[in-house]
Design a protein around this ligand. Sequence first.
Ligand code: IPE
Ligand code: IPE
Ligand code: MG
Length: 250
Amino acid sequence: MAFFGKSKKTDEKSDISQIILPAHVGIIMDGNGRWAKKRGLPRKAGHREGAKTFRTITRYCSDIGIKYLTVYAFSTENWKRPEDEVGALMRLFKSYLEEALSDFKDDDIVVRFIGDKSGFSPELQALMTENEESSASRDGMVLNIAMNYGSRDEIVRAVKNISADVRDGKLDAEKIDSDLISGYLYTAGQPDPDLIIRPSGEYRISNFMLWQAAYTEFVIMNKLWPDFTTDDMDEALRIYAQRNRRYGGV
Ligand code: IPE
Ligand code: IPE
Ligand code: MG
């Protein structure tokens, strides 16, 4: 059976068009450092390769009709890495925000950033805002780039904003329910992720979409992110399509 088998890319594309696709896919883009280490290269070389994979996979998701893609690019905890690695990542983000993201124009992709932008340099913040504003009127896939994102941080921020609205009389505390809380998160107005893919073989969530992932399907792939291909994406989507989602029912 060809279901999990490798077929030519063009065939796979048509296969993929036959299966039920998740509306919202999250990807924890992990394994760049190990990819570089395996090759005796500095970790930043892995981040450069990972950025290329990000571009390829984003385009692919848009091509096959995914409606929302959320990629985890930099966590609130990643600041604790050595200064030269953080510096290399910031330079990479800058060049991507300047060049590559404008490429997404042809794909009609709406670019959004989730996370605390204020942690970045004014230059990076301006580039993020510029990308969001220039892509807002497009009507293709929504790409959320999680940068300086931590789900606990996101929930703390939501709780503070909810409290402030209650205090200011804008919100009745009795009206707080799970939909209202979702509406105070960075992903307000978007569906929860149906599928989260973690390459690099790690079995953990690392502070990614804790609230939103209540009923998300997880697929862990044994591939480092720079090695992740469109075939791997197809495989994750096929695994997802076979899952039986019950949401606590029978
Ligand atoms: C993911 O790759 C990129 C970021 C977290 C910024 P890693 O840098 O975590 O790579 P590994 O997990 O050390 O291999
Ligand atoms: C999660 O990966 C964050 C991103 C991919 C941006 P990490 O490499 O930071 O997570 P841990 O440390 O393995 O949990
Ligand atoms: Mg990692």
